[in-house]
Design a protein around this ligand. Structure first.
Ligand SMILES: Cc1cc2nc3c(=O)[nH]c(=O)nc-3n(C[C@H](O)[C@H](O)[C@H](O)COP(=O)(O)OP(=O)(O)OC[C@H]3O[C@@H](n4cnc5c(N)ncnc54)[C@H](O)[C@@H]3O)c2cc1C
Length: 430
């Protein structure tokens, strides 16, 4: 099997997204142009479409070709790098609301599934598992913080016997169950919200790569690879780690592209599933280079992990993931792997999302640092509010300070070195 970066995900083998309007074939004028047909771009488009705005979205390939159609499908609430880190940038009167923003992503997914009748194999329930006592202490603190903010969906799994009701692996000593997070088929969900956006009047163009972005004198001008010109009053850039050299400098410097990989096994029997994940919850372990896994509705183990900070296409992704899966579930050693694939994650230095302005009429959001399935939904709604004059949340989030990654040839080796240190910390349980 090919393990190259561009291998299709199992989701792309399951379903093929519609082409919608296909490639742009003429010059276009619109009120709001969006670049990127992933979860962020489509969520933004849907929020704007629901309010009746004139929106055109441009996607280089098919909907979901980026991280949104290649991820682990895990819906996690909260902030990617903890609320405390975020809190110091936020004005005190907005802290309560910003806490809520972290919780709203899963709720918005749920609302959209119901409102648009999206069949996307949703399953609620999530377990953060602990490998050592340090992780257990972290989870205790996590629970205290969430409960202090009124979140009541957590249950401490203080020992193996409690944990085994949810996930049965000797790799873990305990964990924390969260009934407010879960998992889904990310591409089915993305197609569902894309169809909903189209039904509100959003024009979705695919196979349309934007090769030039100019935003001057409050006028936005995009040029497609084929040379067609798109002019818009407002512009939202949602290309994340796939934007490449067309990204404005501010965006390019603030995220690094990291490769993560996932694989899908052949379907398991019901009795096997009961012996592995009786709760059917999604699981993520506390390692820095974390493993994340779940059993999907087709009964396949969807197992992900392995962040590559060297920005190379992973060599032999499948062998590496099999080794990781064997360490968690030795009984799955001989299972056939249906597909292994990789995708690009945009990470920021502080692991908090990067909301910003390129000009008064051009804004962007990127860098969810591996935590974007749920957050992209609420980010899209925040961006759509900002475009339509309700800027409070966007302005608060744009205050987060993002250091540029060290540039030049040393950029990726420095990242890799940093990651090695965190892996060693895990190993030695520091
Ligand atoms: C392997 C993997 C596993 C992950 N697992 C999880 C998980 O389990 N849970 C979780 O919460 N998060 C996970 N993530 C992260 C999550 O997938 C992302 O945060 C999220 O999908 C980001 O969505 P996005 O729309 O911002 O970006 P993307 O989905 O990357 O979309 C960007 C889109 O922009 C398009 N584009 C880029 N440049 C141009 C251009 N010039 N012209 C036109 N179109 C352009 C791209 O083709 C792409 O479709 C994972 C990511 C990966 C890669």
């Amino acid at each position: 099997m090919s393990n190259s970066h561009i291998s299709k995900s199992i989701y792309q083998l399951d379903v093929s997204p519609p082409e919608f309007l296909g490639q742009v074939a003429q010059d276009i004028k619109c009120d709001i142009a969006i670049i990127g047909g992933g979860l962020t771009g489509i969520s933004t488009a849907l929020s704007l479409g629901e309010k009746g705005y004139d929106v055109c979205l441009f996607e280089a390939g098919k909907i979901g070709d980026g991280g949104s159609g290649r991820n682990g499908g895990q819906i996690c609430q909260g902030w990617s790098s903890g609320f405390e880190k975020l809190s110091k940038y936020i004005d005190s009167e907005f802290k309560k609301d910003m806490w809520q923003v972290g919780i709203e992503g899963p709720n918005l997914i749920n609302e959209r599934i119901k409102k648009y009748n999206i069949k996307c194999d949703i399953q609620w329930g999530y377990v953060h598992t602990a490998i050592h006592k340090g992780h257990m202490r972290y989870l205790e603190e996590y629970q205290k913080t969430f409960e202090a903010h009124g979140y009541s969906k957590l249950r401490a799994l203080e020992n193996k016997s409690l944990l085994f009701d949810y996930v049965r692996s000797d790799a873990y000593i305990g964990g924390l169950y969260d009934a407010g997070s879960g998992h889904l088929h990310p591409l089915k969900y993305l197609i569902g919200i894309s169809n909903a956006a189209e039904n509100t009047g959003v024009k979705i163009y695919t196979k349309t790569r934007i090769c030039s972005i100019k935003t001057a004198n409050n006028k936005n001008k995009l040029i497609t690879k084929e040379g067609h010109v798109i002019r818009s009053k407002n512009l939202v850039i949602c290309g994340n780690a796939y934007l490449g050299s067309v990204a404005p400098k501010q965006m390019r410097r603030r995220i690094a592209q990291v490769t993560s990989s996932v694989m899908a096994t052949e379907p398991l029997s019901d009795s096997e599933i009961k012996r592995l994940i009786p709760s059917k919850a999604a699981i993520a372990d506390g390692n820095t280079a974390l493993n994340y896994f779940r059993i999907d509705k087709q009964k396949r183990m969807i197992f992900g992990g392995r962040a590559s900070y060297l920005n190379r296409d992973p060599i032999n992704v499948e062998a590496d993931l099999k080794k990781r899966m064997r360490a968690v579930f030795p009984n799955l050693s001989n299972k056939k792997i249906l597909q292994a694939w990789s995708g690009r994650i945009g990470i920021t230095v502080n692991r908090l999302p990067d909301f910003g302005k390129i000009s008064d009429t051009a804004i962007y959001v990127q860098g969810y640092s591996g935590h974007g399935v749920a957050f992209s939904q609420i980010a899209g709604s925040i961006v759509s509010d900002a475009i339509t004059g309700r800027e409070q949340r966007f302005n608060q989030l744009a205050k987060i300070q993002h250091l540029p990654f060290p540039g030049g040839p040393l950029r990726t080796p420095i990242l890799a070195l940093g990651m090695t240190w965190f892996k060693l910390k895990d190993y030695f349980k520091i």
